[in-house]
Design a protein around this ligand. Sequence first.
Ligand code: NOJ
Length: 719
Amino acid sequence: MEEKDLKQLVAAMSLEEKALQLTQFPVYEWEGHASAVVTGMSNYGNISCDDLWKSGTTLNAPDGETVLSVRRRRREKGIDDPFLVMFDVIHGYRTIYPVPVAMACSFHTELIEDCACLAATEAKYDGVDLTFSPMVDLVRDARWGRVMESGGEDPYWSGEVGKAMIRGYHRGGIACCVKHFAGYGAAEAGREYNTTDISERNLREYYLPTYRACLEEDPEMFMSSFNLLNGKPILGHKEIVVDLLRKEWGFDGVLISDYGAVDEMRNHGYCATGKECARVAIESGLDIEMASPDYVRYLPELIREGTISEEKVDECVLRVLKLKNKLGMYEAPERYTDLKKRDEVTLSEEARVLVRRAAEESCVLLKNNGALPLKEEENIALIGPFADSKEIIGTWQAMGRCEESVSVKEGVEHLLGREVPCAGGCSGMLFSGDESAIEDAVKLASRADHIIACVGEHMSNSGEAHARADIRITKVQRKLIERLYTLRKKLTLVVFGGRPLVLSDVEKYADAILYVWQPGTEGGNAIANLLYGKAVPCGKTVMSFPRSTGQCPVYYNCFATGRPRKNDLPTMLGGDSWTTGYDDECNSPLYPFGHGLSYAKFEYEELRLSRETLARGGKLTARVKVKNVGSVDGTEIVQWYLHDEFASVVRPLKELKGYERIFLKAGEEKEISFTITEETLKYYTDSGEYAAETGAFEVFVGGNSRDCLKAGFQLVDGE
Ligand code: NOJ
C-alpha cells in the first residue's frame, strides 16, 4: 500500500480505534484464557474485553491455532485491520539454542545469524510476525538475572551480536525489536527493575552504542525500558526518546513500551494518574503501550479536551500501520502462518544439528590441567543435579520444551554406546538444601576414576525477575563438590548458569571446568562431544567471572585509578595498602573477559606495527603470528584491544576493537593483521566531540583480555 492509502486508513478511524491500535495486551486477556482471571481486564476498570478485539497487535499468542482463530473471529466481527502478533523469541522457538550470553561467547556472527534465522522460521509458521529481540543492554553486573539475554560486557561486541541476530530474524522472515532502550542493564546492585544512574558520558560511550549499532540492520521496533534513568522514567526522557532516538539517530520505526511500564510511571512517583502516564508517553513519541490501559482509557479524552493533538496520535498510528504494510499484511494478513509447514520445520534434524553446533561453539573451557578431553575407555561417573536433567534449555524458551532436550547423561551414553553410572546427589535449585543424597552419590563416584560433576544454576534462577544477591553455586552443591574432591579422583566440573557464577569456592578442587551456560535442546550431545574431544572448545567468555559477589560489577574495560595496586592481592594478604582494592579480595576477576581454553594450544608471537606514528587520515597495520603449538586442531578467537594512554577524558585500560576467528591445524601458524585508522581511535572527547586525540596509544593482542602482547604508537597531526 502507498503511504497515502495508509493515511486514509488512519483518517477513517475513530479516536477510540486509534487508541486501540496503540494498545497491546496478550490475546488471552480477551480470549477468555484461564490467565484472564489473574491478570485480566477486571483490573483495568472501564475497558471491556469486547473493545480489545480492535487492538492492532498482540503479544504472546500461545500458538498458530490461536492466531488463526483470533484473526478469523476479528474478521467475523467486521474488523479488517491486519492483526500483528509479537512474541519473545529469544534463543530459539521450539528448537532451543544456548542463551544469548552463551551464543555471544562463540564470537561467531554467522552462527548467531543462522540460529536466529532458524528461530524465525519456526516462529513465523506458528503465527509470529515480530520478536522482542535482540536485547542489547550492556551488562556489567552478574547479579542481574538478565545477563543471560545479553551480549555481555563489551559494547562493541554486544552490538555485533545484536546485529547478527537482526540479520537472522529478517532472513527467517520475522520482524524484530531492539530492547530495552536505554540502560536497563545498569540496574543498581544488579537488582531487577532497579534504578539506573548513568552519566551522559557513560551513556554515550558504553550503554548507547549497542542500540545504535543495531540500527545498521534496520530493525522494525525499539522497546523502551522499565528503569528510572537519572531520576526520570525512560518515557519521561524526551531528550533520549525523541531527540536522540528519533531525531539524532533517525529511527522511524515503532516504539513500544515494556510490559505495564507506562502505568508504572505512577509507581515511580513520576505521574499522579493514569491519564498523566498516557500524556507523558504520547509526548515522548511512544507508539504502542504494552499491557497497561492508559492509552485506551485516556487518549480520546486527552485529544477531545485539547491536551494533546490528534496529529501526534495519528503519527503513532501511522507508524504501526506502516509496519504492517512493510510486513505485507495488507496483501497477506496471515503472513506465513501455516500449521502444516510449522509441523514440517519444527524441531527438524537439521535444526538439532545447528543448535548442537551452537552449543559446542559457545561453551567455555575455563580451566584444564589435562583432564580433558576424556578418553572413551575412562571409567567415569556423572554426578550432580544437572547430570541427568533436561531442565537445561534456559529461560525465555518460547515454545521450547525441556522434555525434548538431551541431558548430559543421554549425550554421554549415546556417544559411548554404553550406560554410565549417574547420581544427582542434591537439587540444583536455590533454597533446596537437602544433603541426604550426597553420600550415595559420593559412594557411586568412588568407583570411578574420573568424576564429571554437573553443577551450577538451575535455568529458573536466571532471566527476568531473577536477580541474585549471592551468585555462588549453592551451599549444598559446594558440599557435594568438596566431598567428591576428598575421593582424590580426577574431577571435572560441567557448570550450568545463566550468568557467570562465582566459582572461587570450587575451582580449586577441579582439574577442569567446562562452563556450559544454558545450552539448549541439544545441550547434552554438545557437552558429550566437547568432553570427549569430538568437538574442540573455542568459546571465550563475554563477561568477566567475579571472584566473589562483592566484586560485582567487575568488567575489563574499566579505568585506571590514581592509586593502582601492583600485585593484585587483598590487603590482608600483602596487597599494597592505600592503593585501590579490597582487604579481603583481589581486584582481578577469576577469569577475565575473552578467556577460554582449547584442546589446541595457541601461542602469540612478534606483534609488529607497520609504523610508529599514525597520521590522521592514514592507516597503521598491526601484525601478529599465532601458532597452534598443541597436537589438536582448533579455533582461536584473536582479540585486538586498544588503550589511549592520555586523553582529555580518562580512557579505559583496554577496549576491544576487533577480533578474528581463526582455525589452525596442529603445528600451523598464521599471521593475523589488524588495521588501525583515526576512526578506530575516536571517542567522545571532553568537548563532547566524537574525535581522536593526538598522543600515545597502546595496542594489545591476545587470546583473552588479560594475557596480551603489547606495542605502542602515536597519533600525530602531520605526516
Ligand atoms: C517484559 C520484558 O522486560 C521484555 O523483555 C519482554 O519483551 C516483555 N515483557 C514481553 O514479554
